[in-house]
Write a protein that binds this ligand. Structure first.
Ligand code: AMP
Ligand code: MN
Ligand code: MN
Length: 348
């Protein structure tokens, strides 16, 4: 039987100058997986470089990096001989710099997003059954014989809690809990990591979440919660874009809510058109990835995102029929309402 983590480990051993990257606007899984793999490769005396098109968020700046973090590939001293892409369901989310480098440098793609088209030229390990890419990197580090301690362990823990909602979502698998147990057994100080993650708010973030909760909209008989974050609000409070991270999960907490959506005003596109970054959340069988996919985005069944070339109000309006379909499809399946195909938007 093939042993995928061991095969990945063997390929890593055969290369020396390794560039480790993840999707732009990285979350805890993307950052944690990159930092953990970077430290594992350092243990093997590899030449490691980290790359992220938009850099890492400030709230994870306490994770000590194994190498410099590049946001551009203009000044690479020499081309890498291998690229490892982590937590990235499609090559274009790596950023244009890196996705074009994939044409000339061999690549390994390690990811858990459904629909990942296996864009790695050397190896693809895509398993949507994995809780997080961090879990997969933990298995590779294990196959490399690297101890899961120190910053490597902290990063894996950050990845796990980020993608399982602290072991609360459907993505909480026996494998994710086993890895957490193994990290704890090997000496990880869980409460210290949690304190870094949880007790790190700035006053602007506190005020921002207060305003967002106050102004949240409950629509569709309470089944949809929507939060809109304008650039003017962030400016007024002195809050940063990353201060919005995690807010959509708060909207999901209202018991009547089936779908939570956060819309954030992004920079206008190259043609000066308004752009909105959308984050969607649901629970159980309710599939918000299908909604995001309609607008060129993606993600997982219960957590997905997309960027729409519209202002926030228009983005909410155009998404609404597709969002309604999330619960109506489930209700139909459960026989709670009679099917009415003509009312259902096309969700493929
Ligand atoms: P977010 O709402 O940004 O926390 O993202 C939730 C999930 O959807 C994560 O797994 C993201 O990787 C994924 N995702 C977000 N935006 C996009 C996008 N534009 N294309 C594909 N996947 C996305
Ligand atoms: Mn991610
Ligand atoms: Mn992930």
């Amino acid at each position: 039987m093939s042993n995928v983590p061991a095969e990945v480990a063997e390929l890593l051993r055969r290369h020396d100058r390794i560039l480790v990257a993840a999707h732009a606007n990285p979350d805890g899984d993307a950052v944690g997986a990159c930092v953990a793999l970077g430290w594992a490769l350092r243990e093997l005396d590899k030449n490691v470089l980290l790359y992220n098109a938009t850099g890492f968020p400030e709230y994870l700046s306490w994770l000590r990096l194994p190498s410099p973090l590049l946001a551009s590939l203009d000044r690479l001293p020499a081309p890498p001989d291998l690229v490892v892409a982590l937590d990235c369901g499609e090559a274009k989310r790596l950023g244009s710099d890196l996705s074009s480098l994939l044409n000339s440098v061999p690549s390994i793609n390690i990811d858990h997003h459904p629909g990942n088209p296996a864009y790695g030229s050397l190896y693809n390990w895509v398993d949507p059954g994995m809780s997080s890419t961090g879990e997969m990197v933990g298995m590779v580090a294990g196959a490399l014989g690297v101890p899961l301690t120190g910053v490597l362990a902290e990063s894996l823990y950050v990845a796990l809690v980020s993608d399982t909602g602290s072991f609360a979502y459907d993505s909480t698998t026996p494998g994710s809990l086993r890895l957490a147990a193994s990290l704890t057994e090997q000496g990880l100080n869980v409460s210290a990591v949690r304190a870094r993650l949880d007790n790190s708010w700035s006053e602007p973030k506190l005020r921002l979440w207060g305003r967002l909760m106050q102004e949240a909209r409950l629509l569709e008989d309470g089944r949809l919660a929507a939060g809109l974050v304008s650039r003017a609000l962030l400016d007024e409070l002195g809050a940063a874009r990353e201060d919005c991270e995690g807010f959509v999960e708060q909207l999901r907490r209202v018991s009547s809510v089936r779908v939570a959506v956060m819309l954030r005003e992004a920079e206008p596109d190259a043609d000066g058109r308004a752009c909105t970054r959308v984050s969607l959340r649901s629970s159980g069988a309710d599939d918000v990835r299908a909604v995001a996919a309609q607008f060129g985005g993606g993600g997982h069944k219960n957590a997905a995102g997309a960027t729409l070339p519209l202002d926030m109000e228009r983005a909410l309006t155009v998404m609404l029929p597709y969002i309604r379909h999330v619960w109506s499809r489930d209700d139909m399946r459960a026989g709670r309402i009679p099917p009415c195909p003509s009312a259902a938007p096309r969700v493929v």
